[in-house]
Design a protein around this ligand. Structure first.
Ligand code: GLC
Length: 403
C-alpha cells in the first residue's frame, strides 16, 4: 500500500492520525523486507465486503457487475453477516480485536462510524471523500459519518432510514376512521378497535426485542414525550432519569398492557414484525421505509400499496413535534486491510448514483444521494420517500453517542 497517497496525504495531522501513521509506517517498512508475501493479514487480494443478508439479490447483482467491469484486476465478494445489527457488531468486534484485515469493506450501520473511528478500526476517508463530494449526499447521513476532523463512512442505500408508522388504510376506512392517529393514545384506541372490527389478530406491532431495533423504538417514545438520553444543552450529561423519559417508557409498556400490541412483540425484531404485517395479521406497524418496497410484490405479500398509509411516529399530545430514529447503512474501509485502494474503488462503485439507482429499483430502499430524489424511476420504485420526505429528512434524530 502506498502510504504517501493514502488517507493522510496533504492533511493536517491530529494526534490520533499521527499515531496511526506511525503504525502504518512500521508495517510498511516490514513489508519492504518481505516483498511478495502480501503482508498483513488480509493478503488474499479479494475485496471482501461484509453486510447483512442480501434478501433481494441486489448486492449479488452489483458485485457481479463490478467483477465483470474489473475482470482480471479486481474481485469482490459478499461475506454475509447476521441480520440482527447487534449480532453483526459482535462479529465485527471479534475481527477488529484480532486485527484481522480479511474484510476490507465494511457495511456499517449509521451508529458505527462514531464508534469505530475512535478505536482506529476504520480508515479516515477525508482525502478520498472530500467535502466537494460529500455535498451530494443527504446532510444527516454525512453528520453520522464524521468523527473529529475526519469522515469514516460513505452513505449507501437505505440511508437515511427513519421510523415510520404504517397503517392499513382499507381497514381504518371500514371502521369509519379517515385519518391516522396523531397521538400514542389515538393509536392505542384505533389498534384495539380496528383489529376487533376487522377480525385481524393484532392491532399494533413493532420491534420490541432487546437489541438495537428495540433501542430505536424506545427512543421514539422517549423523544416524543419530550425526554432524551443525553442532554443536547450540556453536551452529554445523562438525562434519561426525567419524568418525560419515564412517561415515554410508560406509554411504550402500555401498548402491551392495553392489548393494542401482542405480548410476543417483546421478542420481535424486523423479521417477525414485517412478516406479521405482510401476512395481513396487524393493522399498524412501526417500521423503516424499506417495508414499503414489499407491497404489491406477490412473492412478499398480498397487500397492495393502495391498502397502506404512512404517518409520522405518534406524539404525546396533539401539536407536539414528532421524532423518528435515524437508521441506515454505509460503507467503511477496515483500517487493517492491505488493499484500501481497491476497497475504495468498490465503495465508489457501490455508492455511485448509478449503482444506488439499480439497487433502489430492485429493493425499494431510500438512496443517500440527493440527485436520486428527483429521478422519476426512483420515485416510482420507492414511493415511500416522497410520501415521507419530511419525516425522513427533517424529523430524524440520531441515537446517543458517548465516548
Ligand atoms: C435498520 C436501521 C439500522 C438499525 C436497525 C435496528 O437496519 O437501518 O440503523 O440499527 O434497523 O434493527
Amino acid at each position: 500500500r502506498n502510504e504517501g497517497s493514502g488517507a493522510f496525504a496533504g492533511r493536517k495531522l491530529n494526534r490520533r492520525d499521527f499515531l496511526k501513521m506511525g503504525g502504518a509506517g512500521l508495517a510498511g517498512a516490514a513489508l519492504l523486507g518481505s516483498a511478495g508475501c502480501g503482508g498483513g493479514s488480509g493478503g488474499s487480494g479479494e475485496i471482501i465486503f461484509s453486510m447483512g443478508p442480501d434478501t433481494d439479490g441486489s448486492i449479488a447483482k452489483l458485485i457481479d457487475k463490478f467483477n465483470k467491469q474489473n475482470k482480471g484486476k479486481l474481485k469482490a465478494s459478499h461475506r454475509e453477516m447476521p441480520a440482527d445489527t447487534g449480532q453483526y457488531y459482535d462479529k465485527l468486534r471479534t475481527e477488529f480485536q484480532a486485527a484481522s484485515g480479511d474484510i476490507s469493506v465494511i457495511g456499517t450501520d449509521v451508529i458505527w462510524p462514531k464508534q469505530f473511528a475512535p478505536q482506529n478500526w476504520t480508515m479516515d476517508l477525508s482525502d478520498r471523500f472530500p467535502a466537494s463530494d460529500q455535498k451530494d449526499f443527504i446532510p444527516v447521513t454525512i453528520e453520522v459519518a464524521e468523527y473529529e476532523d475526519g469522515i469514516f463512512s460513505v452513505p449507501w442505500c437505505s440511508c437515511p432510514d427513519a421510523g415510520l408508522l404504517y397503517y392499513r388504510k382499507d381497514l381504518l376506512d371500514e371502521s369509519g376512521i379517515s385519518s391516522p392517529p396523531e397521538t400514542w393514545d389515538d393509536l392505542k384506541d384505533m389498534a384495539v378497535q380496528v383489529s376487533e372490527e376487522a377480525g385481524v389478530q393484532n392491532g399494533f406491532v413493532f420491534q420490541g426485542s432487546n437489541y438495537e431495533g428495540g433501542v430505536c423504538n424506545a427512543l421514539e417514545y422517549i423523544w416524543t414525550h419530550g425526554g432524551d438520553v443525553l442532554s443536547e444543552v450540556t453536551g452529554g450529561d445523562v438525562v434519561i432519569d426525567s419524568p418525560e423519559a419515564a412517561a415515554g417508557l410508560e406509554t411504550y409498556a402500555s401498548m402491551l398492557s392495553s392489548g393494542a400490541a401482542p405480548e410476543a412483540v417483546a421478542n420481535w425484531t424486523e423479521t417477525e414484525s414485517s412478516a406479521n404485517f405482510y401476512n395481513g395479521d396487524s393493522v399498524f406497524i412501526r417500521y423503516w421505509p424499506s417495508l414499503y418496497g414489499g407491497f404489491g410484490d406477490p412473492a412478499t405479500t398480498k397487500i397492495k400499496p393502495d391498502q397502506v398509509g404512512i404517518a409520522p411516529i405518534p406524539v404525546d399530545k396533539p401539536g407536539n413535534p414528532t421524532y423518528s430514529c435515524l437508521g441506515g447503512w454505509m460503507m467503511s474501509i477496515n483500517a487493517n486491510t492491505d488493499i484500501d485502494d481497491d476497497a475504495w474503488k468498490f465503495i465508489e462503485f457501490m455508492t455511485s448514483a448509478q449503482s444506488q439507482k439499480e439497487r433502489v429499483i430492485i429493493g425499494g430502499y431510500d438512496p443517500s444521494r440527493k440527485v436520486l430524489y428527483d429521478d422519476p424511476e426512483v420515485a416510482e420504485a420507492t414511493p415511500v420517500v416522497k410520501l415521507a420526505k419530511d419525516v425522513l429528512i427533517n424529523n430524524v434524530r440520531s441515537r446517543p453517542v458517548t465516548e
